[in-house]
Ligand binder design. Structure first.
Ligand SMILES: Nc1ncnc2c1ncn2[C@@H]1O[C@H](COP(=O)(O)OP(=O)(O)OP(=O)(O)O)[C@@H](O)[C@H]1O
Ligand SMILES: [Mg+2]
Length: 359
């Protein structure tokens, strides 16, 4: 059945070839509360099907950014697109699931009624069985008929998750979804996030549980004092590799050889060398061969990788004020906004850590 080709058809064909717009695109977000700047030029994107972790210390501006994305707080400056539409567009909002940081549902409603209410508010049609499945997904299957007023803190948070997921969102924004959950609940949420990702749903996750973020997030944005202090994929952020060695009979020449391989830290017989991210296969065997030639006795050589927690602390302690690259200054949208005080510079200097003296 082919009719005359209209202008709309032509436009449709052109747009069909374009990649889908990001789930979240925001640029230059600013927010002041009276004289306090809470958010100062934040820009980032969340791609479709991507899980992005938003990290940062208390008061860094994470919740303020989330509320500006959702139009719950008016930005002083900056722009937001959700699923390719203006954030105020009801068509965009209906496809976004949101778990707020602090919330209370009507205590007189049952869990099932809260879900039904939110489905109506989203303008969606979700059959009762699917709503029940959603409650089962968060471990509340047998509490569907119970009044929310009698729910424990963790059960309320589980219900909040069900509310965020029930209307089949394309983007889910979770502001500390597991802060009240028991370890089993946290593991469930991890699986849930991975299943959302597998279905192509984008997730923006704000959590202080760094191990959780490390397990599920594809990319991380670190906020500090309202600014993007660093962002990148996990391999980019954690690119730094560490080689742990247990050695004895280490003379000054051998120590200099270790320090030449990367930033060196020492505790007793244990040495740790931070190696460059792009590691040449020959670096480790060459180092070990040189150490043996220099008379060192090598008891153990163990490759490792720094954790996201260590990296986060490193970034926050170095601080944007000490040379952190701000979001506007970045040249490579996908790449790591590496801080000048970070690994690569230290490796070039091959310095010992503070408190260690090069013999
Ligand atoms: N409604 C408000 N009125 C005044 N100041 C506010 C308001 N909301 C946030 N702020 C301030 O903005 C800054 C950022 O707060 P925000 O809640 O965004 O931080 P956060 O990164 O989410 O912190 P946390 O990890 O503790 O949740 C803080 O200094 C906070 O005091
Ligand atoms: Mg917050």
């Amino acid at each position: 059945m082919s009719g005359p080709v209209t202008r709309e058809d032509g436009a449709h064909e052109v747009f069909a070839d374009l990649p889908p717009s990001p789930a979240v695109w925001c640029s230059g977000l600013h927010k002041r509360y009276k004289r306090r700047t809470a958010v100062d030029g934040v820009s980032f994107t969340v791609e479709r099907g991507e899980v992005l972790g938003l990290l940062g210390p208390n008061g860094a501006g994470k919740t303020s950014v989330i509320k500006m994305l959702l139009g719950l707080v008016r930005a002083d400056a900056g722009e937001v697109l959700l699923l390719g539409r203006r954030a105020a567009d009801p068509n965009a909002r209906a496809r976004v699931g949101y778990l707020p940081e602090l919330f209370r549902y009507q205590p007189w409603l049952s869990a099932a009624e809260v879900l039904a209410l939110h489905v109506r508010l989203a303008g969606a049609t979700v059959p009762e069985q699917e709503r029940r499945d959603c409650l089962a997904l968060v471990g509340l299957a047998d509490r569907a008929g119970d009044r929310v007023g009698g729910f424990s803190k963790g059960m309320q948070q589980r219900l909040g998750l069900a509310v965020a997921l029930v209307a089949r969102p394309e983007l889910v924004i979770l502001d500390e979804p597991t802060s009240a959950l028991d370890p089993l609940g946290r593991a469930d949420v991890r699986d849930l996030l991975l299943s959302l990702k597998a279905r192509g749903v984008a997730v923006l996750l704000n959590s202080h549980l760094i191990g959780e973020v490390e397990r599920v997030c594809d990319r991380v944005v670190i906020l500090d004092k309202g600014r993007v202090a660093a962002s990148g994929t996990l391999p980019e952020l954690l690119g730094q590799r560490e080689l742990r060695l247990r050695l004895d009979a280490v003379g000054p020449e051998a120590e200099a050889r270790l320090a030449a391989a990367g930033r060196l830290t020492r505790s007793g017989e244990g040495y740790a060398v931070a190696l460059p991210a792009e590691l040449d296969d020959a670096v480790v065997p060459d180092l070990v061969a040189d150490l043996v030639r220099l008379g060192v006795r090598v008891h153990a050589v163990e490759p490792g990788r720094i954790s996201l927690e260590e990296r986060l602390l490193d970034i926050l302690r170095t601080g944007p004020g000490a040379g952190g690259i701000r979001s506007e200054e970045r040249s490579d949208e996908a790449g790591l906004r590496r801080l000048p005080g970070g690994l690569s510079e230290r490796s070039e200097r091959s310095q010992l850590s503070p408190g260690e003296e090069q013999r």
